[in-house]
Design a protein around this ligand. Structure first.
Ligand code: PEP
Length: 252
């Protein structure tokens, strides 16, 4: 089963905008059978319930962030338990925007991953190098450290629940993408690190996807050619027509 994830980020600023988005999305989904593809949308927390109520089982919902504790005196935070009770099946962990603007570190991300899994939420772990790290030829080192530190304490039998998104930071929101060869290389590296940590049998279970400036035009190069298990889409997921067009292409 392939996965197409739409990260709507901090958008849809009013109930009106949300309803407009949902109505366009439902129109695009009418009559579509995405048999081989899981479509997952990650709206802001405040829209999660409306998305769940409005969309059929064809679309799963997930969160863009969460805290690792289940409840208590953590003002302003959202727990994975709250998310699972709302019907969330997925949640991002370690998105580069969280690392950059909110200074999230691998240690905290690993706590989040464990907390998500305890609450039945499949974590989508984002890894990838910055432009400077790429120029310094540190891609392998960066991805390997992120994986080792963020997956610390994860039981190998739970790997089938984990999605690893290779998201080179320099390709996010940027209109440039790595070549199919570079994406394939990253995928091979990710799998190798997983084998080193968890052993071959279990490492095969994790799904590895690509994210960073994906659109219908470059889908072949960033997803189909390097044989990724799916994609993580930012900006284009705000356009229901484009999102469903991409989902259909992945599904074929
Ligand atoms: C992202 O932020 O995860 C992302 C993939 O964004 P975009 O598609 O806009 O580059």
């Amino acid at each position: 089963m392939k996965i197409v994830i739409g990260n709507l980020k901090m958008n849809l600023n009013s109930p009106k905008e949300r309803e407009r988005y949902l109505s366009l999305l439902k129109k695009e989904l009418t009559g579509q059978k995405l048999i081989n593809t899981e479509l997952i949308l990650l709206p802001s927390f405040i829209h999660l319930e409306a998305f769940r109520k409005s969309l059929s089982q064809k679309v799963k919902i997930g969160a863009q962030n969460f805290f690792f504790e289940s409840k208590g005196p953590f003002t302003g935070e959202i727990s994975p338990l709250m998310l699972s009770n709302l019907g969330c099946e997925y949640a991002l962990a370690g998105h580069s925007e969280r690392r950059r603007y909110f200074l999230e570190k691998n240690e905290e991300i690993s706590l989040k991953i464990i907390a998500a899994m305890k609450n039945g939420i499949a974590p989508i772990l984002c890894v990838g190098e910055t432009k400077v790290e790429k120029e310094n030829q540190e891609t392998l080192k960066v991805i390997s450290t992120q994986l080792k530190e963020c997956l610390k304490g994860v039981s190998r039998t739970r790997l089938e629940k984990i999605v690893i998104a290779y998201e080179p930071v320099w390709a996010i929101g940027a209109d440039i993408t790595p070549s199919p060869h570079e994406i394939m290389e990253a995928k091979v590296l990710i799998r190798k690190v997983l084998v080193d940590i968890f052993g071959k049998k279990y490492a095969e279970l994790a799904r590895i996807i690509y994210g960073g400036s994906v659109n219908a035009k470059n889908l072949e190069a960033v997803c189909l050619e390097p044989e990724m298990d799916g994609i993580l889409i930012g900006r284009e997921s705000l356009l229901p027509h484009e999102l469903i067009k991409i989902a259909k292409m992945v599904n074929e």
